[in-house]
Structure formats: C-alpha cells, structure tokens
Design a protein around this ligand. Structure first.
Ligand SMILES: Nc1nc2c(c(=O)[nH]1)N[C@H]1C(S)=C(S)[C@@H](COP(=O)(O)O)O[C@H]1N2
Ligand SMILES: [Mo]
Length: 417
C-alpha cells in the first residue's frame, strides 16, 4: 500500500504525459503488486509461524522425543535446542541429540534385550556373550558428555559440508554397564601386541552395498579401554533403541562416532578397521583435502564450553543483574575452572560451577552473575582442565568440520536494553 501511494503521488510533480504513463503503471503495479504483496504477507506470516511451532516433524523412530526441544535437521540428524539444555547436569533422553550414519535397526532387536549377543575377539578366549551374561560380569556407572565429532561445525568461520550443528549435538548422559577391562579379564586378557579396540555396529547393511563402505565400525587406541563400558542402561532406564540399545560401547572422552550403538562385535586388533568410516571418514584433513589414514582420526574430545543463556535467539535481554549460564567439560580430563567474558574475550571473570560433580567425563554447569547496562555484548566462556589445558581461542579448520572447540566461534552477541 505504501509503495502504491508513493508511486501514484510522484507523477503530480511531472509533466502530464509522464504523469499519465506513471499513473497507468502505478495502477498496474497496484493490481499486480498488491496481489503479490498479499501472497508474500500470507507466506511471510503463516509459513515461519508454522515452522516455529512444528519444524520438521520428528521421524517415527524417535517420535517419543520432545518436539519442542529438538531441531530436526534430517531424519538422521536431530539437535537439542540451546534453550532446551537445563541446568541440572543430565540431558534427558527425550532431549538428547540423534545421529545415525545408517538407518537404525528394527525395534525387534530390543524385544528381548537380554538375548542380544556380542562377539568378543582379540582376547585369550574369544567368545560370544549374551547381554544377560554380561550383566553378571561387572558393573560400573559413568557420566559422560556424548558429543558428535561435528558439533560446532556450523560455527567455524568457513562452512564445512555436513550438518551445520551449533551446540546441540551433545548431551551429558549417565551410562551403566560392564567395564570392558572386567570383561577382558574374564576372557583371559587382550592378546599380546594388540593396538586398537574396534567396535562394530549392529545395523543391517543395505542390500547391494559394499559393507565396508557404509558399516559403522570404529577403532580407538587400546588405552581407551581403561574407562570403556559395554552399557545397557542410560539415565536410569534401558538404553532406547535410537541411542544404541540393547547394548552400546561407551568410550568416555571420545567423540560420538566412537561410541558404537547396538554393538555386535568388540575386537582387539593390530590394525585400525579398514571400514570407510575409519579409513577416510572422521579424519582431520586440511580444508579441501579428502580424508586418508595418514591424517589424525577424530578420537579424543578437546576441552570445551559454551553459553546456553542468555542467547540471541531468546531476544533482547533486560538490563540489570543477569545470570550467564552454560556448560563446560574437559574432554578426557576433569575441569578445574571456567571463565566468562562479556567483552569478546578482552577480559575474563571466574564463573561458579553449579550442581553435582559427576566425574571427569561429565560436563559441569556454570553460572556468572553480572550487571549489564543497555548495549551490545559479545559473551564467551573458556574452560581450563585440571592439567591446565585451556579451551582454545581457535580450532583448526578441517574438511569435515570436526572438533570445533573454539571459544571465539562459540561466543554469542546479545543485545541488552
Ligand atoms: N551403530 C552405530 N553407532 C553409532 C552411529 C551409527 O550411525 N551407528 N553414529 C555415531 C555418531 S556419528 C554419533 S555422533 C553418535 C550419536 O549418538 P546418539 O544418536 O545416541 O546421540 O553415535 C555414534 N555411534
Ligand atoms: Mo557424530
């Protein structure tokens, strides 16, 4: 309407012929333009609103998740919204992210959980054990940050291909199961000279594909065995199928991909598996270069923290005393402290940890109370682990966009009024 009025009023200043011409086109514009405008208005108002409420619907296999907490990127990549992270340490199953490299197995595999079998190789007495048998061998409970290797990919200055995760491809989860070291002891120990622990996922390989090209099979250094579990429980309940039930390999301190869901084989091996997901996938390759075995594999997580609140997506922050809240973890080491900056990293103040300390592999929630006057702020957080390793300002960019723990990339710009 504004546009129409402006155009039709303009010709009054010109000569009559021009005025006629413009009036005519103004009428045409008004007719076409208004129709166009109303379409735009309709789309503009209805579409985003519908998106905000529903987004992409939850895929059927995780229909039990909390839709209000999840960003559905694709049916195999679901992210926890920053605003959904609570402040009481544990991430509930309904809010935990999902990442599947292959379609999840059929629910029939959890019909009789205790009957699930896992093959153990590379030990003195190679064996096939049922979940029921595993439950009799040993028990340990570990709280651990489960974080996709690509969490933070979308925050790298250069956009790497792959799901543009922000911070929500991570959660803090409690796992219960048998320590791998107890299992190995029960089977006579690891065969001499083995270098890696290799876990294989229990998915069916789609017909016609070379198994090695798609199977989820990962090798980690043998030392990772020390705190690893074969877990059947998550946050106090049997592990949901979507999160790897009935049995999952948990490798504390290692990125998501190394934590094999529905594990069907655990082998101690001389070499890393030659499955593509290990050989060329999940490698830290220089931008533009393909992955190959000469490049570092994505294994241990780096010390990392981020702020969950206040966040720009929640809108303008009211001036005054403000609680800045977030999470901090050390990857493979416990955290010692975390600092917050409200001036883009020029100065830092120590934040306070809140809630119980669930051990070296868990994250800790933190809070800092600051008085904010109206203005714009770049807020950031930076964790230090017990060995004195400080969260890096920048992470090394790589083709896959893995391991982004940069405090600068995770800084948030907020407006206070
Ligand atoms: N068997 C199997 N294990 C797997 C995967 C998979 O596709 N199949 N995906 C891996 C990746 S890349 C990640 S980030 C985590 C995701 O775990 P979640 O879906 O329980 O959050 O599982 C890992 N383990
Ligand atoms: Mo992942």
């Amino acid at each position: 309407m504004t546009k129409h009025n402006r155009i039709s009023s303009e010709p009054t200043l010109g000569n009559p012929s021009r005025r006629h011409l413009l009036t005519g086109s103004a009428v045409a514009l008004a007719a076409g333009g208004l129709a166009g405008l109303s379409r735009t208005t309709f789309a503009g108002e209805v579409e985003p609103a519908a998106k905000a409420v529903a987004g992409k619907p939850l895929p059927a296999y995780v229909a039990w998740k909390d839709p209000a907490s999840m960003i559905v990127h694709t049916s195999s990549t679901l992210e926890t919204k920053r605003s959904a992270f609570g402040t009481s340490v544990i991430t509930p199953a309904e809010q935990l992210y999902i990442r599947n490299n292959l379609p999840a197995p059929d629910a029939s595999i959890i019909a009789d959980r205790d009957a699930w079998e896992v093959r153990i190789e590379g030990v003195a007495k190679p064996s096939t054990l049922s979940l029921k048998q595993l439950k009799g061998i040993g028990l340990e409970t570990t709280a651990m940050v489960l974080q996709c290797s690509g969490n933070g990919r979308g925050l790298f200055p250069t956009k790497a291909s792959g799901t543009a995760w922000a911070v929500g491809a991570a959660g803090c989860v409690v796992w219960s199961g048998v320590p791998v070291r107890d299992l190995v002891a029960a089977l006579g120990g690891v065969t001499d000279g083995m270098v890696y622990m290799t876990g294989s996922g229990g998915e069916k390989i789609p017909e016609g594909l070379d198994p090695k090209s798609v199977m989820v099979e990962r090798s980690v250094p043998l030392k990772a065995m020390g705190d690893a579990l074969l877990a059947w429980e998550m946050n106090g309940a049997p592990i949901p199928l979507a999160h790897g039930g009935p049995l999952r390999l948990i490798v504390p301190g290692y990125t998501g991909v190394n934590n094999i869901k529905y594990i069907k084989r655990l082998a101690f091996t001389l070499e890393q598996t030659d499955a593509a997901i290990q050989k060329t996938g999940y490698r830290l390759s220089p931008p533009g270069q393909k992955g190959d075995p000469s490049q570092p594999s994505v294994w241990e997580m780096a010390a990392k923290s981020w702020i969950n609140s206040p966040a720009p997506e929640a809108g303008v922050v009211a001036a005054g005393q403000t609680l800045i809240k977030g999470v901090a973890f050390g990857g493979v080491n416990a955290v010692k402290g975390v600092e917050v900056s409200i001036d883009g990293g020029e100065s830092w103040q120590a934040a306070k940890f809140v809630g119980p300390d669930l051990g070296r592999y868990a994250w800790r929630q933190f809070v800092l109370s600051v008085k904010l006057a109206p203005g714009s702020y770049t807020i950031a957080s930076r964790v230090t682990d017990v060995l004195g390793n400080q969260q890096a300002e920048r992470s090394v960019e790589n083709t896959g966009g893995y391991n982004n723990a940069s405090w600068r990339d995770h800084a948030l710009k907020i407006t206070v009024a």
